[in-house]
Write a protein that binds this ligand. Structure first.
Ligand SMILES: *Cc1c(COP(=O)(O)O)cnc(C)c1O
Length: 377
């Protein structure tokens, strides 16, 4: 298998140290008391990254499992759920809520902009009778970051707990779970953390635990049942055998991020430089505001298709960039600058490849994308 440089918004490149950690010999994670401590230490590192003192759980499945576990554990049939929707993942959250019987009401924002706080406030003035609100921190398909620092405290003013998908922002954008009064925040291993795909993790507030543990009806799932995890440490019991090698990798990946300590600044600088280079080249960004620092979404110009760009990038440059799906299918390309991919050298190569690709298809580019990038860095 020819290994391309994967510059997609997840999965991302994995550092050699993380791969080595995953190759370590294993123990029996159900019987070895040291593993319970190791799992706890890994959760503590995630707490540091999320700026929270709340409980954290790591579950064996990628980001979608975190979304589904939160919905399965919190939502009972007939519960009114507010789904804050300005993108594909935001809207999709509502589908998970419906699976568990939620009566979903959507607050729909502009899909090219972050959620407007004033509009949300007006909406909540009229109707705030919800059990919880779901929202997405970074809308990965469109490259938009929502102001969760303001949305979650606003929801709290109306007595609403929040369930936030931060899969593509944790480790790339500022996140202060406790200060921003966020109840459930979930992430995945394969985006800005640059660990292998396969793990999700959630921070869970006391208020959320109270709802989960005091339901009228039983949770209709085993794998998605967070209540089973409440006393894992005291009882030294996991609901199922833990993916120990993946957790070794995650622990090492989070360690690297915390030790370097530069991730917020690095994503900000690179994200901004990529956007400036794209705009200077005469290409158009999909978002109009609220630009993500972890992924850049660019409208595909007339005269070329996503397949052509993708195939040429892989075939000629050995670099993989992403398209998108749903209503953005064939409309945009996405460059991930997350975690281990958020370094000048990798981005330079990607933009150089993209520059050649566009020119190969006769697309008019002002100057060179990669040269603009170097200039603005
Ligand atoms: C990546 C991602 C997920 C997880 O979805 P997969 O594409 O299945 O990995 C969930 N939410 C967001 C916002 C994501 O970017």
């Amino acid at each position: 298998m020819k290994k391309p440089l994967i510059m997609t918004p997840g999965p991302t490149g994995i550092h050699e140290d993380v791969r080595r950690a995953m190759a370590k010999d294993i123990t029996n994670p159900d019987l070895d008391m040291d593993f319970f401590e190791y799992y706890k230490i890994t959760c503590n590192k995630l707490k540091e990254l999320l700026n929270t003192k709340k409980d954290i759980l790591i579950l064996n499945g990628e980001g979608i499992l975190g979304i589904e576990a939160a919905c399965a554990s919190l939502i009972e049939p007939g519960d009114r759920i507010l789904c804050i929707d300005n993108g594909i993942f935001g809207k999709g959250f509502g589908d998970f809520a419906k699976i568990y019987g939620g009566e979903v009401i959507y607050f729909k924002g502009d899909y090219r902009k972050p959620i407007d706080l004033e509009e949300l406030k007006l909406f909540l003035e009229k109707d705030s009778d919800f059990k919880l609100a779901t929202l997405v921190h970074c809308e990965t398909p469109s490259g938009i970051t929502n102001p969760v620092d303001k949305i979650c405290p606003l929801l709290k003013e109306y007595g609403l707990i929040s369930v936030v998908d931060s899969v593509s922002s944790i480790g790339g954008e500022p996140l202060e779970v406790d200060n921003w009064q966020m109840d459930i925040v979930l992430g995945g291993s394969q985006k800005c953390l640059s660990a292998s795909p396969g793990l999700t993790f959630l921070s869970i507030s006391e208020e959320a635990w109270n709802i989960i543990l005091n339901r009228k009806t039983p949770i209709k799932s085993f794998y998605c049942n967070l209540a089973l995890w409440k006393n894992w440490y005291n009882e030294k019991w996991f609901p199922y055998t833990q993916p120990i090698s993946d957790i070794y990798g995650l622990n090492c990946a989070v360690d690297r991020i915390l030790k370097k300590g530069d991730y917020i600044e690095r994503h900000k600088i690179i994200g901004s430089a990529v956007r400036k280079a794209i705009v200077k080249s005469g290409l158009e960004l999909y978002p109009i505001d609220g630009y993500s620092n972890t992924v850049t979404t660019v409208l595909i110009p007339g005269g070329v298709t996503f397949d052509k760009i993708f195939n040429h990038m892989v075939g000629e440059h050995n670099i993989m960039i992403a398209g998108a799906f749903d209503y953005l299918k064939d409309k945009v390309i996405r460059i991930g600058h997350m975690g281990e991919n958020c370094y000048e050298e990798k981005i330079y190569l990607t933009l150089k490849g993209l520059d050649e690709t566009f020119k190969n298809y006769g697309i008019n580019i002002n100057g060179s994308i990669h040269k603009h990038f170097v200039e603005v860095m």
